[in-house]
Design a protein around this ligand. Structure first.
Ligand code: NDP
Length: 434
């Protein structure tokens, strides 16, 4: 087992798996129901559940219909074809713990542009109305919940029977293998990278597609688009555009380089991203708040600034690593720690830790603008309801936990060098506070 295989306590795994399986699917459905059928009001949904009990909830659970499966199938097949067929630069990922270096085709921007142009084109020329997606959203989420579970079983079986590389292995516990995954870089054939598909081309792509869907639905419904919806859609689309612009960089992050393809990450990207991440826009469809030009512009500019800073943090770290520290950080030579670590095969390797620029403010400063950006694309809905803010709250918890997980992993990887970094940059996320 490689160094990336974090040691997971069985108890933590059981608890988080049981909560994910039992709480998240109903939550996805309840969120969709509240946003689309209960005026975005948690109280209204609560009253309904109080009156109708569990059976009332089951009655509201949308069945995955043929239309839902067709929409998902066509979308997934289209994205898979783009991933395989569009040209792109050859990019090498980071060396894996057992010494493999995965190779990718960097065609994310092309796939993104083709997807959005095709989707808008289909609408513009009257071939397919995105409102249909909104009208079948509950059924689509329901189909995704079940379909993704089956997909994760496939990943588990593949991990056992036909792993794509030596970055794979069982820890001997079926639940842990299923939940955290067995393969780091599972592939179908040589070129179809499953994690690039689930995380980027299905999950992240669906975010932009659904953001546009909500905007179009409001237009079809009201004959106009409220400025709150314009701000929300623009910020979410700018964020996803930034993601695809930087997709090759994403292949160096924890999600791809450290987390294995299991239920935790794949189910999350296939179900949680399309449903929860897009939910502020879902809310606005039936709540066309008018902000006024000044306020709308203020929120828009603040949101874009946060997305830019988040991008610049990632860019700074990656540029620093790519040039082996021979770059300028905020106009000066970077300050750094030359760290060494031992791989699982006993080899000693060197690595650089940047201690200036954004990475000198705190050890995970990039999470601050990430959370603020999410706040800015939610706030156009103002404060009448709590539910649109669920994503920001969830993201904050996720990133605070992730910062801790990453710190723990880096501490065990770099030992005294990480301690040195912590002494030099004592705050984990918020400079001066935490
Ligand atoms: P990254 O993987 O990009 O960064 C953490 C890694 O960088 C560490 O594991 C370590 O890896 C290396 N590192 C740590 N400190 C330094 C340093 N000082 N200098 C150089 N390298 C360092 O983090 P994330 O994957 O968490 O974030 C990537 C992006 O994704 C961010 O923009 C984040 O906001 C976003 N994100 C969004 C989420 C969402 O749900 N919206 C969820 C998670 C992330 P190594 O082993 O190579 O040293």
């Amino acid at each position: 087992m490689g160094e990336s295989k974090t040691v997971h306590s069985p108890i933590v795994t059981y608890v988080s798996m049981i909560s994910l399986l039992t709480l998240c699917p109903p939550f996805v459905i309840l969120l969709w129901y509240t946003m689309t059928h209960a005026d975005g009001s948690v109280l209204q949904t609560w009253d309904y559940l109080k009156q109708n009990g569990f059976q009332g909830f089951i009655n509201k659970w949308p069945k995955p219909t043929a239309t839902a499966w067709k929409i998902i199938g066509v979308y997934a097949a289209f994205e898979a074809a783009l991933l395989l067929l569009l040209p792109g630069k050859r990019v090498e990922g980071p060396i894996s713990p057992v010494g493999n270096r995965p190779v990718y085709k960097d065609n994310g921007v092309a796939a993104y542009l083709v997807t959005l142009t095709t989707y808008l084109g289909l609408w513009w020329f009257g071939i397919f109305n995105p409102s249909v997606v909104y009208d079948h959203l509950g059924e689509i989420f329901s189909a995704l919940i079940f379909g993704s579970f089956i997909f994760c079983i496939f990943l588990y079986i593949k991990g056992h029977l036909a792993p794509s590389s030596t970055d794979s292995g069982s820890c001997g516990n079926f639940i842990i293998d299923f939940y955290w995954g067995m393969e780091l870089y599972p592939r179908i054939g040589k070129n179809f990278d499953i994690k690039v598909f689930t995380n980027c081309r299905f999950g992240m792509m669906s975010w932009a597609v659904l953001a546009l869907t909500y905007c179009i639905k409001q237009f079809e419904q009201n004959g106009k688009i409220a400025d709150s919806m314009v701000v929300n859609t623009t910020l979410m689309v700018v964020y996803v555009t930034k993601f695809f612009w930087w997709e090759a960089g994403y292949w160096n992050t924890m999600d791809i380089a450290h987390d294995r393809a299991g239920f935790y990450i794949c189910w999350g990207c296939l179900v949680w991203v399309p449903s929860i991440y897009t939910s502020p826009g879902m809310y606005l469809v039936n709540h066309p708040v008018i902000l006024g030009t000044k306020l709308a512009l203020f929120i828009l500019v603040a949101g874009i600034l946060c997305i830019y800073v988040n991008y610049d943090c990632d860019r700074q770290r990656q540029e620093f690593r790519r040039t082996n520290g021979k770059c300028l950080v905020w106009g000066k030579a970077p300050s750094k720690i030359e760290a060494s670590y031992t791989t699982s095969s006993g080899e000693t390797k060197k690595s650089l830790l940047l201690t200036s620029g954004w990475w000198g403010l705190s050890r995970h400063f990039h999470y601050v603008p990430e959370i603020l950006a999410a706040f800015f694309w939610t706030v156009p809905g103002l404060f009448n309801h709590f539910l649109p803010y669920f994503y920001v709250i969830f993201l904050t918890i996720l990133l605070f936990d992730r910062a801790k997980r990453d710190d723990d992993r880096c501490r065990s990887k770099y030992g005294k060098y990480w301690k040195l970094y912590c002494n030099k940059v004592p705050y984990r996320i918020i400079p001066g506070i935490y």
